[in-house]
Design a protein around this ligand. Structure first.
Ligand SMILES: O=C(O)CC[C@@H]1NC(=O)NC1=O
Ligand SMILES: [Fe+3]
Length: 407
């Protein structure tokens, strides 16, 4: 063992089995051991084969603090330039998100700022946001493109996303979201723009910049037919897909991404019963984004009970972006998921760990179990529910990623 936590307290190992023995799979008086970045022991202290000091070069006494898997933020747009605080103010005086988008603001205004930024400037502006997520427990990060909307700038965004992972020592999974909005230079020719998006994808993939492909299937985004063309281009390259689905209206997005065996349907406020059934049949994860729901003051809740009854895994993510969810804490996202969507704290913690990992197609993290990545957080709390209870504040004692301390 390289090291072990000898924490008379608990090592919550959210079960990836919804009917686990305990709501959290919590282990009282637990111990965690790891070597070469992988967990080699996760269990009760009294089940250790010898005293920690005889097993590990370094022993950390966590003093009864709660230890959980590292958080997995499976949906962020955190690479962008500028901000949209002025639009936030505008929405408080009555303009809707869609009004602002149709008037040329919204995503397109962030596109202008992102295109104007150099790669170094974009990295410098994005790094503090990624650092904030890691400081609050995130050990795997998904980052989307989608504010470049031309080949050079989509490539610039994806390169910055990769650079974030190198700078932070935290795995970053990239998602190509060229089909995020229609750039002004295409003058309303959405089909022509989708042609371009499908041309860029293999070139970006050839540079190793793309782990998954996403699209914004919505009235103010792209149609199901246009989305399908992007998915077919992804399938031709063997890339997994995910989708901004049924966020502001029911566009049958969930059923579409499930048809392609997609990793996840995200937002899903307006997903129909048929969409839920399709997701359950395909094993597509529902990614809940309560930050956007909260900031837009949405009123239509995602079909949480239907997801529960159908056995659809629910993930929770920040959707960190300048327009609908300028949220830089996944733990805060868990709190919002409980408060707005009535998830239990156990569901929210599973949503931000093992289900977040599943939404990225990753099976080697999200649970404290032998053989999985040694990604874990030591929290200054005694019980898991406290993670969804406190608003703000700093509850992190330490964060380990791949067995190395990063916070
Ligand atoms: O407003 C932005 O900048 C992105 C919003 C974000 N993108 C999307 O497709 N839905 C969202 O909530
Ligand atoms: Fe999003």
């Amino acid at each position: 063992l390289d090291a072990a936590t000898d924490d008379g307290g608990s090592a919550a190992a959210p079960s990836d089995d919804r009917d686990g023995a305990s709501r959290y799979g919590l282990i009282e008086a637990g111990a965690l051991g790891w070597r070469d970045g992988r967990i080699v022991f996760a269990g009760r202290m009294d089940a250790l084969p010898a005293a920690p000091a005889d097993l590990a070069a370094d022993v950390i006494d966590a003093g009864g603090d709660l230890v959980t898997p590292g958080l997995v933020d499976c949906h962020t747009h955190l690479v962008f330039a500028g901000d949209r605080a002025s639009e936030f103010e505008q929405r408080l005086t009555g303009d809707s998100y869609e009004d602002i988008a149709r008037a040329g603001g919204g995503i397109v205004s962030t596109v202008r700022a992102t295109r104007a930024a150099s790669e170094d400037e974009l990295l410098a502006q994005s790094l503090p946001r990624a650092r904030a997520l890691v400081a609050d427990g995130v050990t795997t990060l998904e980052v989307k493109s989608g504010y470049g909307l031309d080949f050079a700038n989509e490539r610039k965004m994806l390169r910055v996303a990769r650079a974030l992972g190198d700078a932070l020592g935290v795995p970053v999974r990239t998602t190509f979201l060229g089909a995020h909005a229609l750039p002004p230079e295409f003058g309303g020719d959405a089909d022509g723009y989708i042609d371009a998006v499908c041309d860029w994808l293999p070139r970006l993939h050839a540079e190793g910049l793309v782990d998954a492909v996403d699209a914004f299937c919505e009235r103010i985004g792209f149609t199901g037919t246009q989305t399908r063309r992007v998915f077919e281009a992804a399938r031709a390259l063997g890339l997994p897909v995910k989708l901004h689905a049924d966020q502001l209206s029911d566009g049958d997005g969930a059923a579409l991404v499930a048809e392609f065996g997609g990793l996840s349907a995200d937002h899903v406020e307006h997903t129909s019963a048929a969409g839920v059934r399709a997701m359950a049949a395909a094993g597509t994860v529902a990614v809940l984004l309560p930050g956007a729901f909260h900031v837009l003051r949405e009123t239509t809740l995602p079909p949480i009970d239907a997801f529960r009854e159908a056995g659809v895994a629910m993930a929770v993510a920040t959707d960190c972006n300048p327009g609908t969810s300028p949220l830089m804490s996944l733990r805060q996202g868990m709190q919002l998921a409980c408060t707005h969507f009535r998830l239990t704290p156990a569901e929210a913690l599973r949503g931000a760990t093992v289900h977040g990992a599943r939404a990225l197609g990753l099976g080697d993290r999200g649970v404290l179990r032998t053989g999985l990545r040694a990604d874990f957080v030591r929290w200054r709390v005694r019980e898991p529910a406290a993670l969804c209870y406190w608003l703000g504040g700093d509850l992190v004692a330490s964060v380990h990623c791949g067995g190395r301390r990063v916070v």
